[in-house]
Write a protein that binds this ligand. Structure first.
Ligand SMILES: [Zn+2]
Ligand SMILES: [Zn+2]
Length: 256
């Protein structure tokens, strides 16, 4: 390790990963920022998204998610969404921070979990980013929860841009993209798919189908954040295109 690398790491270890202020050794996020993070209050029992009133959300009433249950630690808003974006842009060490902020939620929500399976990337995408953030997050969660993390799935085909597609079309688009490389790791096991963010949930739904076919006993989804639905997915993009250059939303968009 060179000096600059050592210095960067040492500094990161003693500053808040959100605001950069000094923290006590071992802390990753200062108390003030911790209080400001959009941790969930009331969630849909199926998809785990933040809801205003208790009960199954409208989207799940229309079409239940492809996993038995999905849960996340935070809403994809404010500093939580910015942490995710930075995590995906070279700040791999943030996997530890995200895991620290969500390990207790994972254990609480999925006490029967036996294996954590990250959403895989294609070899090409992996080369471009340098690491699979879902794998880094799953491993950091595994370290804290004692649940095994297994990079058991492969993404064998890249999907065309999905931004303008609705939920059903996205699911169709993804069929055939995943393959289970390590069947022994998931066979007859309760599997929790791990990713940084849940947007539509279509990716996890397709991966869940492939995992069940490989013999998984139950399939859940855990992400650090989930995007709260303010309107049906797909519609938002259409509106935006019609509006031309609208002011950027404060929330960072997860890139899929
Ligand atoms: Zn802070
Ligand atoms: Zn729901």
């Amino acid at each position: 390790m060179g000096f600059s690398e050592w210095f960067r790491e040492a500094r990161e270890n003693f500053t808040c990963d959100v605001c950069g202020r000094e923290v006590f050794a071992g802390e990753r996020v200062c108390e003030k920022c911790l209080r400001g993070l959009p941790f969930h209050r009331t969630v849909c029992p199926l998809c785990g998204r933040e809801v205003k009133e208790e009960g199954v959300c409208l989207e799940c009433k229309e079409e239940p998610p492809g996993v038995t249950r999905a849960r996340s630690a935070c809403e994809h808003e404010g500093e939580a969404s910015r942490l995710v974006v930075r995590f995906k842009r070279r700040k791999k060490y943030l996997a530890e921070t995200l895991a620290e902020l969500s390990a207790s939620a994972l254990l609480r929500e999925f006490p029967s979990a036996e294996v954590l399976v990250p959403v895989p990337m294609t070899k090409r995408a992996l080369k471009k980013r340098g690491y699979n953030q879902a794998l880094a997050f799953a491993e950091a969660l595994g370290k804290r929860t004692g649940i095994a993390a297994a990079d058991a799935a492969e993404k064998v085909k890249e999907t065309p841009s999905q931004k303008t597609l609705g939920r059903k079309d996205r699911a169709e688009n993804l069929t055939g993209c995943f393959r289970i490389a390590d069947r022994a790791a998931v066979k007859e096991k309760t599997v929790v798919i791990v990713d940084d963010t849940m947007t539509t949930g279509a990716t996890a739904a397709v991966l869940a189908r492939v995992l069940r076919r490989a013999g998984a006993k139950g399939v859940f989804l855990f992400t650090f954040t989930s995007v709260t639905r303010k309107e049906p997915f797909g519609k938002k993009e259409e509106q935006k295109r019609g509006m031309g250059s609208k002011k950027r939303n404060k929330t960072e968009k997860p890139a899929e």
